[in-house]
Design a protein around this ligand. Sequence first.
Ligand code: PLP
Length: 294
Amino acid sequence: MNLPPKPRVVYAQGRFVPIEEASVPVMDRGFLFGDGIYEVTAVLDGKFVDNEPHLARLERSLSAIGIRNPFSAGQWTALQRNLVDYNALREGIVYIQVTRGVFEREFTCPDEVEPNVVMFTQAKNIRENPSAETGVAVISTPDLRWARRDIKSTSLLAQVLAKQEARAAGVAEAWMVEDGMVTEGASSTAFIINARNEIVTRPLSNAILPGVTRSCVLALADEKGLSLAERPFSIAEAIAAREAFLTSASTFVMPVVSIDGKTIGDGAPGPLTRQLRKMYFAAIDAERHRETAE
Ligand code: PLP
C-alpha cells in the first residue's frame, strides 16, 4: 500500500505545522532588520550531535544582543526532538532562529516584545558525503562582515555575497581574508596542516564564530597528542600547506584540496585530515554507545 508522503513539519508561532501553513509576520524584526540569532545542530542516525554546546552558544549569542532566551536547554531539546520525529529525520540538521520579535518597524524595540522562534529540519548526507572523498575547492574573498562575528547573527549578507562568489567560481566555500590573514569560511572554520604537521587555526576572538565543531576537533586532536597552533594564517601559507580542511556542524571535517585554483599538497584529501574526520565520527559513535549502555 502506498501511503501519502508525510508533510514537512516546521515550528512557527508556537506550533508545529505543515510548512505550507506556517507564516512569519511582516513586522518580524528578523525579516526587517536581520535582528535575530540562529543555531544549527547536526542529526546523525536520528540523534543530535554536540547539541549542548550549540544550545550554550545560542544562549550566549542571544544574551550578547539583549534578546531573552525564550526556552531552557531542556525545552529546546524537547522541541528539537519533536521536530526530528515529526519529520522522521535520520541525517541532516535542525535549524533554530530567534528574532527580537514582532513590532511596528522602528529601530528600537521595547523589552516586553516576545522573541519569535522558527525551527525546521533539513535532510543532508553527512556520513556518506561524496565531497569528503574528493575534497572541496575554495576561493579567497575580502571579509566584509561587522566587528562581532562571534555572535551567530541572522544578518548574513556578507556571507551570502561570499558564497555567491564561490558559487560563480564553481567552488564550495569562500575563505574570508582580513588584514592579509584568513578569518574563516563563509559558513565554516578554516584549518591548515603545515610542513611540521601542526594543525593551525585562528584563535577565538570577535573576528570569528566560535565553531562548535572547531572546539571538538581541537579537543580530539589534543587528546591524540597531535600538535596544534592557534594563530592566524595567510592564503599564501594555506596554498603552501601540506593539507587544509574546514569544519562545520553540517560537514564535520571536510578536506580542502585547492584555494583560488591552486592545488594543496597532491590535490587529494590529506591523511591527517582523513584521520581527523574518522576520529570525529568515532567519537560520536563512542558517545552513542556510552549513552545506550547507561
Ligand atoms: N564560521 C561561520 C561564519 C559559520 O557560519 C559556521 C557555521 O555555520 C562556522 C564557522 C562553523 O561553526 P559550527 O562548527 O559550530 O557549525
